[in-house]
Write a protein that binds this ligand. Structure first.
Ligand SMILES: NC(=O)c1ccc[n+]([C@@H]2O[C@H](COP(=O)([O-])OP(=O)(O)OC[C@H]3O[C@@H](n4cnc5c(N)ncnc54)[C@H](OP(=O)(O)O)[C@@H]3O)[C@@H](O)[C@H]2O)c1
Length: 281
């Protein structure tokens, strides 16, 4: 019996956590546990009896969530609520992931701390906020980690290439990288995230933490650095308005405030992590 069950085993973060945890963890795919099917949650956890459940699964299509609101709510809010209920009843430790997109509606231009009031600007962010709130008030021994702009691994989930992969692909094809003016990012390598999650688990940490790569940067600066490291010419097409179906806030970076306050070592800066990833590829 594996100690930990990792949901979202085909996802970018789930795969990285499984690689780091090795034999201590077992990946759980959607066929075995569908977050949109409450019955399958209870059945899977009853059968597997893990000590820890790490939920990296989510409905992550930000634009799709505007159209498929029912499914986004089922996977990002109701599923995690049921997962937390079962975890509480069975004494299972739960790690759940959320997003910087719970912020943005306040228009602030500073990295947000865990104590800042969320204000999502799109349905994806709203559904993730409902999910994290349900987990935190469930009474389960739960850790909720807000992360942002993940890269550094490969998702097997269709259409889920990371921003780095999408930039490289477009630049290689000679297409411009479309960047919204004033947009900031908080690039986070899953290679940094996985050991940080393990460190929090070892400390038996509970509650809400922001956990992102060091530093926030203008999206244009990140795009240029990706191209530079990949040896590609960066052609940027600046737009002043995002025409995608879901609204995006321009500034949602997170401050790893609680992480730092507890004396944990800073997560590496995005520049060094990006270089490590792209130069080792
Ligand atoms: N990627 C980012 O930039 C980013 C930014 C902020 C926050 N986050 C959060 O970080 C976490 C990990 O994200 P990620 O980028 O690693 O995800 P990802 O690569 O998009 O993978 C999502 C995973 O969720 C699974 N899934 C989707 N619907 C499901 C359902 N109904 N039941 C069970 N599994 C389901 C997918 O399985 P299938 O292969 O079967 O579809 C896949 O394994 C998520 O909570 C996400 O919201 C990510």
């Amino acid at each position: 019996m594996a100690e930990a069950a990792v949901l979202g085993s085909t996802g970018q973060l789930g795969r990285q956590l499984l690689a780091v945890l090795g034999r201590r963890a077992r990946g759980i795919g959607r066929a075995e546990l569908d977050l949109a099917d409450p019955g399958s949650i209870e059945r899977a956890l009853q059968r597997l009896r893990p000590r820890i459940v790490i939920n990296t699964a989510a409905f992550n299509d930000v634009d799709g969530a505007e159209r498929q609101r029912r499914q986004a709510l089922a996977v990002n809010a109701e599923g995690p609520a049921e997962l937390a209920r079962v975890a509480q009843a069975r004494g299972i430790r739960l790690v759940h992931f959320s997003t910087d997109y719970v912020f943005g509606g306040d228009g602030l231009k500073r990295p947000r701390r865990e104590s800042d009031a969320p204000a999502p600007v799109n349905f994806y962010g709203y559904s993730k906020l409902l999910g994290e709130e349900a987990v935190l008030r469930s009474g389960a021994k739960a850790l909720v980690l807000r992360v942002a702009h993940l890269y550094g691994g490969t998702s097997l989930s269709p259409g889920r290439a990371s921003l780095v992969e999408r930039f490289v692909e477009r630049a290689r094809a000679g297409q411009p990288l479309i960047i919204t003016r004033g947009q900031y990012l908080n690039p986070t390598s899953v290679r940094d995230l996985a050991p940080a999650v393990l460190a929090l688990l070892r400390r038996e940490a509970c509650g809400l933490y922001h956990l992102t790569g060091g530093g926030a940067c203008p999206a244009g600066e990140f795009a240029r650095e990706v191209c530079r490291l990949a040896g590609l010419r960066a052609k940027i097409q600046w737009v002043s308005r995002d025409s995608r179906p879901a609204r995006r806030a321009r500034y949602t970076p997170l401050e790893n405030y609680r992480w730092g306050k507890e004396g944990l070592p800073p997560i590496p800066h995005w520049r060094s992590s990006l270089a490590e990833y792209l130069l080792s590829a």
